[in-house]
Structures are given as structure tokens and as C-alpha cells.
Design a protein around this ligand. Sequence first.
Ligand code: ADP
Ligand code: MG
Length: 246
Amino acid sequence: MIELKHISKWINQGSKPNFILKDINLKVAEGEFISIMGPSGSGKSTLLNVIGMLDNPNEGEYVFMDQDVYKMKEKQRSQLYKTHIGFVFQAYHLIDELTVYENIETPLLYQDVKLFERKAMVADMLDKFQIVGKKDLFPAQLSGGQQQLVGIARALIAKPKLLLADEPTGNLNSKQGEEIMELFTQLNKEGVTIIQVTHSEKNAEYGTRIIHLLDGRIERNKEQRNEKHIERIICPCNNIYILLFI
Ligand code: ADP
Ligand code: MG
């Protein structure tokens, strides 16, 4: 699904470049659930933003679903993002002037979904996240946990194939965090590819692979070999899931 080749990003400070990402090579297959870890300032958010097409590197290639991202026109690239990628931000990034309902609806407006269909899809999300009673409130009237649920509902409403989440539980209490990790696990079982940035070892273990970043480089890239994790091979021809317990 994703292939990053020799991705580097730097800023010029004085005479020499200061690397934020340095020669990142990474392949992600459809159906994976990856956790990115690393100390603060190691480049995790920048890497996630590059994968989410919100930021461009200075060097390197990016192939997303067989398309060369940096050779595409801006409009096509933005269409690719809107169709396939959902992004959950640590600081929620909800629109203050819009209600919960309107925030969740936003991605559908970009995709020209008809009104009656939008209503049904938003209602479905409100129901799934048990926030029906909050639909007419504004973000400032919600707790952090509730705002993050709205952020996740918004990221998922257009049914993305890839969900990117930058410390989605960073501002939540541990119970709320656990619920979100359970939700991600469920989504992943349904076939959504997930890449999350996290500081928490416990949350990282929900993933099937953990990538450690240090000073803008991939330091370790480790498959989880834990009996509770299931490797799924998805047969594209007939939607049959073959489960391998490893
Ligand atoms: P992390 O998410 O791991 O904490 P970031 O990806 O946010 O790390 O940032 C990595 C480093 O790059 C930090 O030192 C940060 O200050 C720096 N950085 C990120 N974006 C920019 C930018 N646009 N201009 C200058 N420095 C930046
Ligand atoms: Mg960060």
C-alpha cells in the first residue's frame, strides 16, 4: 500500500542542513497496524504527515496505492488523500465554529456526497461513537475525550483505507485511551490499515509492528510476535479472510 524510498527532510540552519527525517525506507502492506515510537523531536509527526501527504520531504519517493505521489498534480494528490486517508490529530483540529454534526460531516462535503446520504452516514457515526446527544454542541462544550471521539468519527466517516493517528490518546485518560485502542483493533480487523504514533508501550502493542524512530532515522522495525496478534492475509478476489495465529 505504502512505499517510502530514501525520504529525507531537512531545514537549513547556518551552513549545514539539520535533518528532521534521514533516509527513511519503509513498506507498509494493506491490513497492517503499525505503531511508531520514539523520543520527542525524533520526527514521528513529520513522518506521519509525510505519509498523510500533509507535508513534503526535500528528497525521496513515495508510492501510495501504486501511484507516485510526488509526480502527481496537486489536485489529484488531494483527491487521493480525501478518498483514502483519514487523519486523527493529537490536538483534535476540530473547527470551533461548527457543531459536532457539522465537523463530522465535513469530509463528505469534499466528496460531493448527497444530502440524504450524508445525514445517514453522520447519524451512523454519532451512533457508533455514542455521541448522538452531543450533535448540536460546539467543540468547546466537549471534554477532551469527547473531542477526540469527534476527531476520530470525522477521520472515519469517508471510510478511508488508511487511518493515520498522531498520539490519538495523548490527551485522554487511560480508560478512554484503551477504548480508542480497542476501536482501532476492531477497525483493523475490518480491513483498515492503521499507522499510529504513540508514547505508550501498552498502546504500541496493539499494533502488529512497532517502528522506533531516533533522530529522524528508523532505528528498529520489529514485527510483534505475540500470540494475541493475528496476521491476516486478505484475499482480494472474494473478501475471504485467512487467519493465521502466530
Ligand atoms: P516528534 O513528533 O517525534 O516529537 P516532530 O516530527 O514534530 O517530532 O519534529 C522533529 C524535529 O523537527 C523537531 O526537532 C522539530 O522541532 C523539528 N521541526 C519539525 N517541523 C519543523 C519545521 N517546519 N521547521 C523547523 N523545525 C521543524
Ligand atoms: Mg509529534
